[in-house]
Write a protein that binds this ligand. Structure first.
Ligand code: ATP
Ligand code: MG
Length: 265
């Protein structure tokens, strides 16, 4: 295994508050880590530093072994576009762009927009038929799946999500978790901040923060990525581009499941 991310003695100080207080953390390639802890414990501060959106006051952030803690904002932006896919609780979609254009925006900042590729990314999260819809015409769960397509489009090494299911109902929370489980199976490194124990329970490792400090860091005994995943039926990273294999969008999978079962009988 190789270490993709290491925080070394990280502190983030705002006036009189230590939002992070001497945090040390190592994350290996392909790990799925949940960051948990009460409100104000420093989770988002940590995510922002890992996601190159902010810098620590003290300490080093090693991404693939390179210390990025002293990089300029411009080069941090560049690093983020290359290596990190971000997913937020508030979806941060551009209101006047439709779904496929929102995904293309991420390509634009990274390389060249490619509508076909963006459309394929939406198909992989089951939204092929909604690509021309504006965010206001999509449900919360669908908007979050557009965000996931956008986060995956540049094939980032690390997927960082801050309360990705915070605005979703149970059914959509499950859909997002299934996508995460599939991504983890495909070898992506996932770092997911969540309040929700039912979301944390899917991770391989659970790191708990309190008052800016890591108070526990354990392998999750409930982790089980073997049972069936709905997302198995499609190919999130487009790894299995098999000409014979028809890509099955999630919405079709859902609608056809009962039909398939009947046909089998
Ligand atoms: N820009 C800022 N200026 C001053 N204080 C800040 C700033 N950002 C965060 N803080 C403080 O740092 C602490 C940690 O905040 P953070 O947002 O990381 O918490 P969190 O664990 O993500 O909480 P929540 O679960 O509510 O999202 C809090 O006390 C917060 O008030
Ligand atoms: Mg937060």
């Amino acid at each position: 295994m190789s270490t993709v991310l290491e925080l070394k003695n990280i502190s983030k100080i705002y006036d009189d508050i230590k939002a992070l207080d001497d945090v040390n953390l190592k994350i290996e390639k392909g790990e799925w880590v949940a960051i948990m802890g009460p409100s104000g414990s420093g989770k988002s501060t940590m995510m922002n530093i890992i996601g190159c959106l902010d810098k620590p006051s003290i300490g080093e952030v090693l991404l693939d072994g390179n210390d990025i803690s002293k990089e300029s904002s411009t080069s941090l932006t560049q690093i983020r576009r290359e290596k990190i896919g971000l997913i937020f609780q508030q979806f941060h979609l551009v209101n006047y762009l439709n779904a496929v254009e929102n995904v293309m925006l991420a390509q634009y900042y990274h390389s060249m927009p490619d509508q076909k590729e963006a459309q394929a990314a939406l198909e992989r999260v089951g939204l092929g038929a909604r690509s021309k819809h504006l965010p206001s015409q999509l449900s919360g769960g669908e908007q979050q799946r557009v965000c996931i397509a956008r986060a995956l489009i540049n094939s980032p090494e690390i997927i960082l999500a801050d309360e990705p299911t915070g605005n979703l109902d149970e059914a959509n929370e499950k859909l997002v978790i299934d996508i995460f489980r599939q991504l983890h199976k495909e070898g992506k490194t996932l770092i997911v901040v969540t309040h929700a124990p039912e979301v944390g329970d899917y991770a391989q490792r659970i790191v708990k923060l309190e008052h800016g400090k890591i108070v526990s860091d354990n392998i999750n005994p409930k982790f089980n990525n073997d049972e069936n995943i709905k997302g198995d039926k499609y190919d999130l990273l487009g790894l299995n581009k098999d000409e014979d294999k028809e890509e099955v969008p999630l919405e079709k999978v859902e609608n056809n499941e009962s039909k398939e079962e009947k046909e089998e009988e």
